[in-house]
Design a protein around this ligand. Sequence first.
Ligand code: ARG
Length: 262
Amino acid sequence: MCEPTFFTVTYEINPYMHIEIRPDPSAARQEWGHLVSTLQQTGATVDFLAPVKGVPDLVFTANAGLVQGRRFVPSRFRHPQRRAETPVDVAWFRDHGFLIEQLAGDEPFEGAGDALPFGRPTVIVAGYRYRSSISAHRALGTLLGLPVRSLELVDERYYHLDLAFCPLDDRRAMVAGQALDRYGCRVIEALVPEPIWLEDDEAADFSANSVVVGGVAVMPACTPRLGKVLEKAGYEVVVAPVGEFVKAGGGCRCLTLALDVP
Ligand code: ARG
């Protein structure tokens, strides 16, 4: 995770960002600190990336790249405004002993924001259109030696896959069908034995952008209905509000990047 010291909204690259609606720095700092301690209380170990001035979206570490074991595949950001993040991310991973592997080609790819491992045997579920391109998915499959299921994101409010798809375990995932077309929903049905489909308000509140640590789902928001479904499935729900970061189009999961990916 990366402390929001320099977090702000100075450009608009998704429908949530409005330069005239700036996040409040002290509220953002408080929400982020609360998210860190919540994750630590669930048993997670949190490592930190030092913030850098002038790179406000660096806080959304999910987009740094994709981690697999000790390999790190850096993102290639679609928007020039975020490209200065990549050297910072690469340096962190190199310093922490990861092998840096570049994705072939030059198509955009936004890391764990758009590519999430699911199930056993593992399949990479990957989103494309707004940020990552489908040809980058192909390059990713070749590089990782894993099957990739490409899903087209069809609603701009869900411009990254991690706003619409949240793996819980080998059988279950939260899914915002609102973000997908009919084919995408069928792919999910074939892949996920017990999908938990989100209602419109749950999807819009970024409930799919949750961090799952063992049996705990740390969520930006959760309705009583969804809470009951998750509890029945054996999950404890902890809500960590991140409204200041929603002003930049991100939730809890966007603010993290899992490093323990087998
Ligand atoms: N402002 C950032 C952007 O538009 C938000 C990134 C959210 N990250 C995510 N993994 N969905 O790129």
